[in-house]
Design a protein around this ligand. Sequence first.
Ligand code: PNW
Length: 465
Amino acid sequence: MSNPNDFPEGFLWGAATASFQIEGATTADGRGRSIWDTFAETPGKVLNGDTGDPADDHYHRYAEDVALMKRLNLGAYRFSIAWPRVVPDGTGPVNQAGLDFYDRLVDSLLDAGIQPWATLYHWDLPQPLEDAGGWPARDTALRFADYSKIVAEALGDRVKHWMTINEPWCAAFLGYENGHHAPGHRDAAAALAATHHLLLGHGLATEAIRSTGHPSVVGLAHNQAVIRPHGANAADTRAARRADGVRNRIFTDPLFKGAYPADVVEDLADISDFSFVKDGDLATISVPLDFLGVNYYSPEFVAGSAKGIDPALVSGEGEAWLGAGPDEVHVSQGLPVTHMGWEIDPTGLYDVLQRLAGESGGIDLYVTENGCAFEDTVSEDGAVHDPDRTAYYEGHLRAAKEAVHAGVPLRGYFAWSLLDNFEWAWGYSRRFGIVHVDYETQERVIKDTGHWYAELARTSRFPER
Ligand code: PNW
């Protein structure tokens, strides 16, 4: 690591996807239904009525996609396994045909010299489990552990790197509190119970993976929010503390300290008495991890009230975010934004890596998602020129490199995403890929950023631009 322009030797370069966002083929080979099938088919939930078909038809085109990964010089590929393909009803009989798909995918990755990094839950909960109560029900955590064991037994001879849950905050709060994601409920108490059961599921699944005896490296992919007070006054500081509690510490304290943070439990006392926490749960949740995955896109600035702030810059007023009630508004800083409207600020990535390096006690960190959506078009020359995306990646990777040079044990980075894909409530309207996908023809075109990233992955140095 002598040259300050370089990433350390062995730094892992990857790209990430998730099953529901890319696979398509939602009724193929005995796949069961997930909450995202139901949600997407419910009018008004997903922009333009988009559904999980065709997505990138990756289920049928995985071999072509692995060949693309090889052209991009990826050392690792992060994908997720669709629970409803493997156990269509969430519990009960295993669907061998579904498992076989991941078997083929893993074998082709290994043939191409690419490490498979598998996420066991990236939000496609089997619908029958939602009908039985979903994540607010404790039983879902136990069923998740059973399913995880089935997958780890089947693939663990070849897959070494596992993530249990992707972004438990999104699954709990977007799914059960504000309803922007499946299953679309608006029930704060349910979101808190879901939080606990997602964490419990994570702990139980970690034990299940390790019980197979295959060598394993286990973590989860956490979207720690970078929350900054808008102003230096007491109300904004207080709003930032509360938001940090319910967004971050409600997850990281159980994981790394084996306890829910006292101030958060107090803030939320009117909503829940936390009686879903049973003896032994926190010991299960705080099982030591092998690594922590960090997903980062944008920082958030919060204020204690909208008073005196240009209304055009304020959002979330009256949305009654759990824990903050009416006393939390989000304030735009007027920075450049991506097509998601998310402000671009690479210092947030530096800060979150520093903080989590401290809180996670020295385990390896990986950026398991970072990237951006911009409006892309295929040019007449057949290429996709996306300089804004390249600048986003370069800015964030320079921040990541600074963190490494400052001693953060960051071992690798996964771009979100390999392919343009189904961006949840935004459907196909938001393109995060470093590879462009034409949803009519399924043609893939490596964007300029993809070529830039391939060169970085090959040399571990920033290419000349
Ligand atoms: C993450 N938010 O989702 C997911 O892990 C990916 O599947 C997704 O495509 C990517 O980030 C880009 O959105 C998020 O509203 C979705 O704060 C929404 C939010 C955060 C993360």
